[in-house]
Design a protein around this ligand. Structure first.
Ligand SMILES: Nc1nc2c(ncn2[C@@H]2O[C@H](COP(=O)(O)OP(=O)(O)OP(=O)(O)O)[C@@H](O)[C@H]2O)c(=O)[nH]1
Ligand SMILES: C[S@@+](CC[C@H](N)C(=O)[O-])C[C@H]1O[C@@H](n2cnc3c(N)ncnc32)[C@H](O)[C@@H]1O
Ligand code: SF4
Ligand code: SF4
Length: 380
């Protein structure tokens, strides 16, 4: 039985239950004797087998145990990095010279990606996000979408892209089954775009956003990483963009991956961003979030679009985490901030069958940690 209940976890793995509570995982049920219900975003699902709850409506039961970690979190969202390469050099993500690239022979091939993705989908993954590096620079991107969207059980095939070379590809990508787009754009000022990304192309990204809306993609989101002294003066301009455009603008707390103090000072906390928005706009109302969602969502009176905040740094959402990531070199990384990576490429090339590969994946998922302690605290 997949574990999704804290009481059950405490019975079977008391060590993991203590860890779970330490990082704020709570039971969905206020009647749970182990935890007191607190913040919505920090709750584990109770299971129908929980002795303390006679009837619990489970949203979706996992198909197998393979993707349930030892905290009871079911991972149904796979992020696939299609390449380490990128046509921009965003200052917060890459050095000017780019990153050190894995040799081509050590990258997963098209067929290997489709095989691994298929295995995840038959185990309950119903959402795949293509990311990178920059996924649109892969020559076979349309073909990859076509094969992935054909996997039975997959509901969402999404892509996170910088939008630079997206607009011309959009009609074909839509035909190939891509249905959701997150387009990254950190500034509405062309000169600042060039400074932040070390490349030209602001108008091309804007075109891609408009073309995505016109083509009627199921979901179009704009990802804006907010950095102090860089673009925090543009928050209200981005909100203004949602007045007429039916997009979801998401303000992302900057994550200082290298843990450097200068970088931490660039972080603009969610509470501060929200204050700016509320001072300028009336009728800002919180929308209901899904427990595994990374974003806190809001609508604004009279606006066609919505706004959200991704609070990875100040209010982590590890309790509801449903994500796994397959890196371009075939490593499975269970937590964005965690150190653990397990190679799937090596066993695949050694000829492992699907049952063997499932076991390797299951063992890797079991190692998952809710990892907020790895996140640099605000006052460091
Ligand atoms: N802590 C944490 N943050 C994440 C994770 N995945 C994405 N993020 C944050 O979310 C931001 C946007 O990432 P996207 O690639 O658009 O993915 P997403 O937020 O999962 O997108 P949706 O599926 O539309 O909700 C990133 O810049 C990160 O700040 C994760 O697994 N852990
Ligand atoms: C790594 S990029 C890959 C996909 C694509 N190249 C793009 O930029 O959309 C995925 C998302 O992570 C965000 N990101 C990158 N570095 C980040 C950081 N240090 N803190 C917060 N978000 C970051 C980007 O802005 C983008 O929205
Ligand atoms: S476009 Fe994406 S992958 Fe490329 S440098 Fe910017 S954030 Fe990183
Ligand atoms: S930090 Fe790790 S556990 Fe937390 S939401 Fe991100 S990937 Fe999930």
């Amino acid at each position: 039985m997949p574990l999704r209940c804290l009481s059950e976890l405490a019975r079977r793995r008391p060590d993991r239950a203590v860890d779970a509570m330490r990082v704020g995982l709570r039971c969905l049920m206020s009647t749970c004797p182990l935890t007191k219900a607190t913040d919505d975003s920090q709750r584990l699902y109770a299971t129908s087998s929980c002795a303390n709850v006679p009837e619990v409506a489970l949203s979706e039961a996992p198909l197998s145990d393979m993707l349930v970690d030892s905290f009871g979190r079911f991972h149904n969202y796979l992020r696939i990095s299609l390449t380490e390469r990128c046509n921009l050099r965003c200052q917060y993500c890459m050095p000017a010279q780019g990153v050190q690239l894995t040799p081509n022979s050590e990258l997963l091939s098209h067929d290997e990606i489709i095989r691994v993705a298929g295995l995840f989908v038959t185990s309950g993954v119903d959402k795949i996000r293509l990311t990178g590096g920059e996924p649109t620079i892969r020559k076979d991107i349309e073909d990859i979408c076509l094969h992935l969207s054909g996997l039975k059980g997959l509901k969402t095939l999404a892509m996170t892209t910088n939008g630079l070379v997206l607009s011309k590809k959009l009609p074909r990508l839509k035909e190939c089954g891509l249905n959701a787009l997150n387009i990254s754009l950190d500034t509405l000022v062309p000169a600042k775009f060039e400074f932040m990304t070390r490349r030209k192309g602001h108008s091309r990204v804007m075109e891609s956003i408009d073309a995505s809306i016109q083509l009627g993609f199921q979901s179009v989101k704009v990802n804006c990483v907010v950095m102090r002294g860089m673009n925090d003066d543009e928050i209200c301009d981005f909100v203004e963009m949602t007045r007429d455009k039916p997009v979801n603008v998401r303000f992302i707390e900057f994550m200082p991956f290298d843990g450097n103090v200068w970088n931490v000072k660039k972080l603009v906390p969610y509470a501060e961003m929200m204050d700016k928005v509320r001072q300028r706009f009336k009728g800002v109302e919180r929308l209901q979030d899904h427990p595994s969602e990374t974003a806190k969502n809001f609508k604004i009176d009279g606006h066609a679009g919505t706004i959200s905040f991704i609070t990875s740094m100040t209010e982590h959402f590890c309790a509801g985490c449903n994500r796994l990531r397959l890196l371009a070199d075939g490593n499975l990384k269970v937590c964005l901030f965690g150190p653990s990576e397990v190679s799937l490429r090596e066993p695949i090339r050694a000829g492992v069958d699907d049952a063997g590969l499932r076991e390797i994946i299951s063992a890797a998922v079991d190692l998952a940690l809710p990892a907020p302690e790895a996140i640099v605290p605000l006052d460091s």
